[in-house]
Design a protein around this ligand. Structure first.
Ligand code: ZN
Length: 460
């Protein structure tokens, strides 16, 4: 047996904080409390006094090694999960993206092969349905039984990823039958496309047009429509990457009626503004991610929504494309710039600094939004997201007196930029444990390669 004791820290869960030691036995948390009386021979004692001990981050929105927009995301499961671990995230739920003409089960096999033996932290998958071919839904029971209990649909990108409302309705109905939930990218794709075409016709070909073609109402309309369709389908739904005040209000209203509706936002929608699209030349392509960054009134509404419980989760939507790729594909047509940015490595540090340290959310709320709630929402709530006996020993040791400086130069993400370049933040994630293994120290990966395990998820 292998015993470890993290001694003298303050354990933070979503439900409260207390001075407590943590006993880890063979990768599982065995006990949390005052443990100095324990006499365990050969126990490894780690002094974490003055530090906070939190459950490792759970990021339920990443795109590793994923084919999109005529290219592939720049992080594979090795570099992407190493970056996640270094930033304090110990569990991912990644999107298995169906390519045109590909069967759903084939998609899963292909994505599983990309992750197996490469991921260094535990991971699950969402099943993206971009083409509801005849009898596709007959594969849903097998997919759910394999522990992939969420399906993702797009209401934007007609001609590549978008489902029409009928197919959306079918995915929701069939998902319900297998106890799954449907993750929704909510934007009115047809209206976005018209606005984008208008901008191109007017000669506005640069990255700022990405912002102009996706006004807040294109998201809000789709959120309301998806909620209506989910009611007709009797489905459980989860909105990914919400960015607007109107969407928060729509989700809040649905939840007030006890409908099975949940929503996430992402680090960048909370912390970055649309003035970044005024960067010179092609620089603004760094922020061509979807939906675009929003004005301050929306950022404030997102923080309020998180505090009030209207929004449940902060994810990264890590979808990295290097600037070379963005330029090659979209330098003369913003519609072709691959949509996405990096973030899996910096979510925990940025949300801690901007949320907790700026007084917008409590430490316990931070743990809930970044770990406990996403684990529960996606069927991992019995293993991940708490510092409690019986849970996996996925832990972060955070020094509130430390600092974190973010630069592209020093990041672990396989990327040539970070939207948080030069940010100097209070707080430092000093140690990260995954199932009891120390995997990262001071932002550097120190674990074994390929040690991550696939997580079959429960239905919710
Ligand atoms: Zn995404």
């Amino acid at each position: 047996m292998k015993y470890q004791i993290l001694q003298g820290g303050t354990v933070v869960n979503s439900t409260g904080s207390a001075r407590a030691d943590v006993l880890i036995t063979n990768g599982k948390i065995e006990a949390v409390g005052e443990l100095s009386h324990l006499q365990i021979e050969n126990a490894e004692i780690v002094d974490v006094s003055g530090r906070l001990v939190l459950p490792g981050g759970v990021d339920v929105h990443t795109h590793m090694d994923s084919p999109m927009s005529g290219t592939v995301t720049s992080d594979d499961f090795a570099s992407g999960t190493i970056a996640a671990a270094c930033g304090g995230t110990t569990t991912l739920v990644d999107f298995a993206m169906q390519r045109p003409g590909q069967k759903l089960l084939e998609t899963l096999d292909e994505h599983s092969e990309k992750a197996a033996g490469k991921a260094v932290i535990d991971y699950g998958f969402h099943m993206c349905v971009t083409d509801l071919y005849e009898n596709a839904a007959r594969e849903f029971p097998e997919i759910a039984q394999a522990g992939i209990t969420s399906f993702k649909v797009f209401m934007a990108y007609r001609g590549s990823l978008m489902l029409n409302d009928g197919d959306l309705f079918d995915v929701m109905r069939e998902s319900s039958k297998v106890g799954g939930q449907v993750c929704i990218h909510a934007e009115n794709g047809d209206i976005v496309d018209r606005l984008a075409d208008d901008l191109m016709a007017a000669g506005k070909t640069g990255p700022k047009s990405h912002l102009l073609s996706r006004p807040p109402a294109t998201e809000v309309e789709a959120v309301n429509r998806a909620i209506s369709i989910a009611r007709m389908a009797d489905a459980s739904i989860y909105f990914v990457h919400l960015s607007t005040e109107g969407s928060v209000a729509a989700v809040a209203e649905a939840r007030s009626k006890d409908w099975a509706v949940a929503g996430e936002t992402c680090t960048h929608y909370l912390t970055l503004g649309p003035e970044l699209y005024d960067a010179p030349g092609f620089e603004a392509a760094k922020y061509v991610l979807t939906p675009p960054l929003r004005e301050e009134e929306h950022r404030k509404a997102l923080w309020r929504g998180l505090s009030a419980g209207s929004l449940s989760v902060v994810s990264s939507d890590h979808c990295p494309f290097c600037m070379e790729d963005k330029f090659r594909l979209g330098h003369d047509d913003f519609r072709k710039i691959p949509n996405g940015g990096p973030g899996v490595e910096h979510r925990m540090a940025v949300v801690y600094a901007e949320g907790v340290r700026k007084g917008r959310i409590s430490m316990e709320k931070y743990v809930e939004l970044t770990s406990t709630a996403p684990a529960r929402q996606f069927g991992l709530g019995s293993r991940k997201g708490q510092v409690a006996a019986g849970f996996d020993a996925d832990l972060i040791v955070l020094d509130p007196n430390g600092r974190t400086v973010i630069t592209a130069e020093t990041q672990n993400q396989n990327m040539d930029y970070t939207p948080y370049e030069g940010w100097d933040l209070p707080g430092a994630i000093e140690q990260v444990y995954s199932r009891g293994d120390l995997v990262a120290r001071d932002g550097k990966y120190v674990g074994k390669s390929g040690r991550g395990k696939f997580l079959p998820r429960a239905t919710v």
